[in-house]
Ligand binder design. Sequence first.
Ligand SMILES: Nc1ncnc2c1ncn2[C@@H]1O[C@H](COP(=O)(O)OP(=O)(O)O)[C@@H](O)[C@H]1O
Ligand SMILES: [Mg+2]
Length: 289
Amino acid sequence: MTTTQRRSKRIAIANNKGGTGKTSTTVNLAAALAEAGFTVLVIDLDPQANAGRRLAVKPDSHLATVSDVLKALAERPNADLAGCASDAFTEIGWPAPYNEHIVLLPSRTDLENRATLEAGQLGAVHRLDVALDGADDEFDVVLIDCPPNLGHLTQNALAASDAALCVMDPELDGIEGAIALRDFIKSNRNKLANSQLEVVGYIVNRVDTRTGAHKFQTEESIPEAFGEHLWTPMLPERVAMKDAADADPPRPLRALGRDGQAMAERFAELARQLSERVGLTTSAAAGVK
Ligand SMILES: Nc1ncnc2c1ncn2[C@@H]1O[C@H](COP(=O)(O)OP(=O)(O)O)[C@@H](O)[C@H]1O
Ligand SMILES: [Mg+2]
């Protein structure tokens, strides 16, 4: 991983199980960090392109994407393309203050083909790192929304990141996905040339305490498995989360009334923990209590 004088902290948000809330967490943590005055680059590294859609970026076949960035690096191995990710940075569609603080590196479905084409190629796992080198200097934090697997794209995110953040739901599959991520990082961080990489936190999302199994998992199994790395508060299942994501155009949680505000406050608390645990710095950091 390139670390020369970089102020920004890069965080890969992952779990190989789908539907746990990786994208929701990426987008809403970005919103909370923006509210606190941080500048945020969101990288949509899932071919489903959900993060971009939820940040109200309209699909446009002319928009440069992370796929184009990786392609350039694959096709021109001898060119100096360090930092070329910035060629694909785009504005988000949310209103101020969010659009003043959050920038998107968008995705598109063809990213799936690119990943298939490049997986296993020598050095391909470091292309995102190279593409970001220098390009993310202007940001305080980079949040990378990973696809629901531990394949080539997630490995690119892990190779480029200072830390991983895991989002799980309180079900056996979600917890197993979190353990798989933790073990994968331990076994492979040297191969990813990122020997210091750790899961800095586990966020539990979609908790419904009326479900007996959720109550048991959140009160016993999850604290036992993840200890001090478990972040609080856990996030409840709330309609506002879906309504914000599925509105036309998609909106930040704070636009969704009382339930939306309450969820946004929970993300603000998680953003404070992220800031403390990875040491985010910004000239506006005084805004984060
Ligand atoms: N806390 C929550 N309450 C209600 N719905 C949620 C919550 N978190 C996520 N969702 C919804 O669940 C679905 C999956 O979430 P998403 O963030 O896309 O998961 P992932 O990126 O891990 O696949 C989406 O429809 C999202 O709006
Ligand atoms: Mg997702």
